[in-house]
Design a protein around this ligand. Structure first.
Ligand SMILES: C[S@@+](CC[C@H](N)C(=O)[O-])C[C@H]1O[C@@H](n2cnc3c(N)ncnc32)[C@H](O)[C@@H]1O
Length: 211
């Protein structure tokens, strides 16, 4: 979330795309923005609304599909932010086209995603000569993959892997110009828990702009 906040553009009206329980939406609202959060999960939107009752920040939450954004008017946002949701959304091309539709001209889109070069269908940390390194494979196999633990989140839901070029080309195809990338190094708290994030980037953050 801090890495996304660092790469935002200007303007008051911001959409949190695939907002889940509203973690990013609340940070955006606390920084003074007028926020709408959309998510396909009615249950997560219910939890987000509960939080809005506990701490009113003026956030409007809607159940909607990122691939259609049927409830949102054209050119109604200065920016769209999206935290760690692209690997859960089936149709990236439609999503990028729809979010360009709801952006005002020159509006920005900032997203964080698990890094596509390191969170591949085969990625595991291995000990090599006293260092914890990432072993990466199956990079070219795009599509849904499932984690080894059938009880875990990714074991049950899976995750959609796409190559870096697929993601960036889809943005360009939708009419976005890429402005800025970040690959933040894990802080001490993260690296202490998952040492390999001191070696490779956990997330990729991108800001682009609609023509
Ligand atoms: C890993 S969660 C991230 C949630 C939130 N952005 C956060 O940072 O906590 C991924 C989210 O994507 C949502 N999602 C998946 N497909 C979607 C779609 N087609 N349209 C809208 N939301 C979708 C899920 O319901 C889930 O809330």
């Amino acid at each position: 979330v801090p890495a996304v906040l660092e790469l935002l553009g200007d303007g008051d009206d911001v959409l949190d795309l695939a907002c889940g329980q509203g973690v990013l939406a609340r940070e955006l609202a606390r920084s003074g923005r007028k926020v709408v959060g959309v998510d396909i999960s009615a249950e997560l939107i219910r939890l987000a609304r509960e939080e809005e009752v506990r701490e009113p920040l003026g956030i409007r939450y809607l159940v909607d599909d990122a691939t259609t954004l049927a409830q949102l008017a054209d050119a109604s946002f200065d920016g769209v932010a999206c935290n760690l949701a692209l690997t859960d959304i089936d149709d990236l091309d439609s999503t990028f086209r729809r979010l360009c539709r709801v952006l005002r001209p020159h509006g920005w889109f900032t997203f964080a995603t698990v890094h596509p070069c390191f969170a591949t269908p085969h990625a595991r940390s291995v000990e090599v000569e006293g260092r914890t390194l990432m072993q990466v494979g199956r990079y070219f196999e795009e599509g849904r993959w499932y984690g080894d633990n059938p009880e875990g989140l990714r074991g049950r839901l899976g995750s959609l892997h796409r190559r870096l070029s697929t993601i960036l080309n889809a943005l360009v195809e939708a009419g976005c110009r890429i402005e800025c990338l970040a690959e933040p190094r894990g802080g001490k708290d993260i690296v202490d828990k998952v040492p390999v994030y001191g070696e490779v980037a956990e997330v990729l953050v991108v800001r682009c702009r609609r023509a």
